[in-house]
Write a protein that binds this ligand. Structure first.
Ligand code: GLU
Length: 571
C-alpha cells in the first residue's frame, strides 16, 4: 500500500442534467476509491461559459447525492441531513472557472519554454481552413502559420491586447498511453495537430484545465468513458511538457440503448418524432408551446431537438412515455437510487459468478479495475424495470411507504395536497395501508401512484373508460348496471349497520354471485368500473377499504345516475 491514498475524480461539465452514462462513470470512480480506501472527488468543469449554468451544477450534485455517491472532496452539498464535499486536502476550489490563475501560470510556463505559442487567426479563418480540408477529404491540422511570426512580434501583439488563442506545440514523437482496461494505445505524431489550450475568451480548453487540475488535485486514477480515449494522448503530452505525473487511466465501455444507438437527448426526440409519424399526428399537440410550423419542421428534420420541457409536454399530450436518459428522468419515472446504481454497475463491470443484485457496500468491496470489460455495454430498460419491481416488492413496508410518500410530494402534487387536507378521506396516517395496497406488483413509484389514482379523485371527477363501461355495464341490455343496482342495495344495508368494510363488501359480493349463479368476475367487474372508472384496480377488499363506505356508495350511485341520464338522452 502506498502511503498516500488513491484519488479518483468525477468531472462533469454543468451544461445539462447528469446523463446515466456519467452516473456510471461517477459510480465506478466512487467504488474504486471506496474499495482501495481512497478519496472520491467532484470537480465542476465549467470553462464553457456559454453552456454552463449554476442550476445544472446544483442538479448534478443533487443527483450524485441522491444516488448515494458521497464525495470526499469537492463542492459542498447537503441532502437529507447528510453533507458531502469540502476541501480537507486543500486542493480546491472545485469549479474550474475559479482556477483560471492556476491555468494561466502553467500556460505562461509553456509559452516561455516554447512549448506553446499565441496564434491570431480568427475563428472564421480557422473554419474556412477546416472546410477546405474536409473538401479535400483530409483531416484538418493547424498549419503552424503563427510560428512563422517572430517570437518577439507575437509577444508584442499579445501585450497589445490582440485577440488570440494559445496553441500547444505538439511534440514530433509518437505518444503511448497505458490503459488499465484497453492496454497500450499508440498515437503517431501526424494524428495530432497543435491544439488550442487557451481560448480567445481567456478560458483554458477542456484538455488543458483537466491536465493541470488532475496534477494539482493529486488525482491518481482517471476512470472515464471510452469517448474520451481520443483525448488521452493529448493529455499525456501536456503532462510530459509540464513535468507532471501521468495518472493511471481506465477507459470504460460505451453504453448503447437496446437499439444499439447512443443514449442521448436525441434519442428522446427520435422516439417522439417516430411516435407522431406512426400515429399520423399532423397538428401540433401543444400549439401554445410549439407552433405548427415549428412542429412540422421538427418532424421533418431528424437533427432538430426540442427544449426538454417542450418535448415532455408534447409526449404527455400524445400519451407517449419518453425513454429515460438522465438520472433525473429515471428518478421522475419512479426508479429507486439503489436499483439504478446496482443496474449501472453492471454496464461494463461484473462481480463474477452469477451475482447480479447487490448493494453499494457489496460493490465497494468487490470493485476492481481488472473486471471492467472492453466491449460496449447495452442498457436494457426492460431489465432495469424488472430490477426495480423486484426491489420494491422486497422493501420493508415502512421504507416503501416513506419513499412513496416522498415521491408523491415531489411528483404527484395533487396526492400530496389531498393527504395534507384534513377534510379528505385519506390522510398521512393512512399512508401505511395506502402503500401496502400497491407495494406488490408496482414496477416503479409512478406505476404505484397511477394504480392509486382512483382513490385520490372525487366521485364526481372519475372518468369512465368507454370500453370498460360498454363491456362490463352496458352489454346484454345493461346486465352490469342491474348487478350494480342489486349490490348497491346490499352495500347500503351493510353500511347502515356500520359494516361496509372491504372484507364484508367482498363477502357480500361473493354470496350475491353464488345466489344468482353469476360468475364472480361478472359481479366484481361492474363494481370495479363503478368505483374506479376502469377494470384495473387493486384487489376488491383493498379498493373498498381505501375508498371507505361513504365514497363506495357515492360512486355506485353516481355511476347509476349517469346510466339513467344517458338512457333518458338516448330514448
Ligand atoms: N468534463 C468532462 C466531461 O464531462 C470530463 C472528462 C474527463 O473525465 O476527463 O465529459
Amino acid at each position: 500500500m502506498s502511503s498516500t491514498p488513491n484519488v479518483t475524480r468525477f468531472a462533469p461539465s454543468p451544461t445539462g442534467h447528469l446523463h446515466i452514462g456519467g452516473a456510471r462513470t461517477a459510480l465506478f470512480c466512487w467504488a474504486f476509491a471506496r474499495h482501495t480506501g481512497g478519496r472520491f472527488m467532484i470537480r465542476l468543469e465549467d470553462t464553457d461559459v456559454a453552456r454552463s449554468s449554476e442550476s445544472s451544477a446544483v442538479g448534478i450534485l443533487h443527483d450524485l447525492a441522491w444516488l448515494g455517491l458521497d464525495w470526499d472532496d469537492g463542492p459542498e452539498y447537503a441532502l437529507d441531513g447528510k453533507s458531502f464535499g469540502g476541501d480537507e486536502r486543500g486542493v480546491g476550489p472545485y469549479r474550474q472557472s475559479e482556477r483560471l490563475e492556476l491555468y494561466n501560470e502553467a500556460i505562461e510556463r509553456l509559452v516561455e519554454s516554447g512549448a506553446a505559442y499565441a496564434a491570431f487567426e480568427s475563428p472564421e479563418e480557422i473554419s474556412a481552413a477546416r472546410a477546405e480540408a474536409v473538401k479535400r477529404k483530409q483531416q484538418y491540422r493547424y498549419d503552424r502559420a503563427a510560428l512563422k511570426i517572430p517570437a518577439d512580434e507575437r509577444a508584442r501583439r499579445v501585450a497589445a491586447g490582440e485577440p488570440h488563442v494559445i496553441r500547444f506545440r505538439t511534440p514530433d514523437d509518437a505518444v503511448e498511453v497505458e490503459d488499465v482496461v484497453l492496454g497500450t494505445i499508440r498515437i503517431e505524431p501526424e494524428q495530432l495537430d497543435d491544439f488550442v489550450i487557451r481560448k480567445r475568451d481567456g478560458y483554458p480548453t477542456y484538455h488543458f484545465a483537466v491536465v493541470v487540475d488532475d496534477e494539482l488535485m493529486g488525482v491518481t486514477h482517471i476512470l472515464r468513458g471510452q469517448e474520451h480515449l481520443i483525448n488521452t494522448p493529448r493529455h499525456v503530452m501536456l503532462q510530459q511538457a509540464l513535468g507532471y505525473r501521468t495518472p493511471e487511466y481506465a477507459h470504460m465501455p460505451l453504453i448503447f440503448n437496446d437499439k444499439g444507438a447512443k443514449m442521448s437527448k436525441r434519442e428522446r426526440d427520435g422516439a417522439a418524432r417516430d411516435f407522431c409519424k406512426q400515429r399520423g399526428v399532423s397538428e401540433s399537440p401543444i400549439p401554445d408551446r410549439l407552433a405548427q410550423d415549428a412542429f412540422d419542421a421538427w418532424k421533418k428534420d431528424k437533427k432538430q431537438q426540442l427544449e426538454g420541457d417542450v418535448l415532455e409536454a408534447l409526449a404527455e399530450a400524445v400519451g407517449l412515455h419518453l425513454p429515460e436518459v438522465s438520472v433525473d428522468d429515471f428518478r421522475r419515472a419512479g426508479y429507486l437510487p439503489e436499483v439504478i446504481t446496482n443496474f449501472i454497475a453492471l454496464l461494463g463491470w461484473n462481480p463474477g459468478g452469477d451475482v447480479e443484485k447487490f448493494d453499494m457496500d457489496f460493490l465497494a468491496s468487490k470493485f476492481e479495475l481488472g473486471r471492467i470489460g472492453k466491449t460496449n455495454a447495452r442498457f436494457d430498460r426492460t431489465k432495469l424495470m424488472s430490477f426495480n419491481g423486484d426491489f420494491i416488492a422486497e422493501m420493508a413496508a415502512a421504507d416503501f411507504a416513506g419513499r412513496l410518500r416522498a415521491f408523491m410530494a415531489a411528483e404527484f402534487a395533487h396526492f400530496d395536497v389531498r393527504l395534507k387536507d384534513t377534510s379528505f378521506r385519506l390522510g398521512e396516517d393512512d399512508m401505511g395501508r395506502i402503500a401496502a395496497v400497491v407495494q406488490p406488483r408496482s414496477k416503479t413509484l409512478v406505476d404505484a401512484c397511477e394504480r392509486l389514482s382512483f382513490a385520490f379523485v372525487d366521485a364526481a371527477d372519475i372518468t369512465y373508460d368507454d370500453k370498460a363501461v360498454k363491456k362490463n355495464l352496458e352489454k346484454n341490455d345493461g346486465a352490469g348496471y342491474g348487478v350494480l343496482r342489486d349490490l348497491l342495495e346490499r352495500f347500503e344495508a351493510l353500511a347502515a349497520s356500520g359494516g361496509l368494510t372491504g372484507e364484508a363488501g367482498h363477502t357480500a359480493l361473493q354470496s350475491y354471485a353464488e345466489e344468482k349463479d353469476i360468475k364472480l368476475g361478472n359481479v366484481a367487474q361492474p363494481l370495479r368500473v363503478a368505483l374506479t372508472g376502469s377494470t384495473v384496480s387493486p384487489g376488491m377488499d383493498e379498493t373498498l377499504d381505501l375508498l371507505g363506505a361513504d365514497e363506495v356508495l357515492a360512486r355506485m350511485r353516481r355511476c347509476l345516475e349517469l346510466q339513467a341520464a344517458s338512457a333518458s338522452r338516448g330514448s
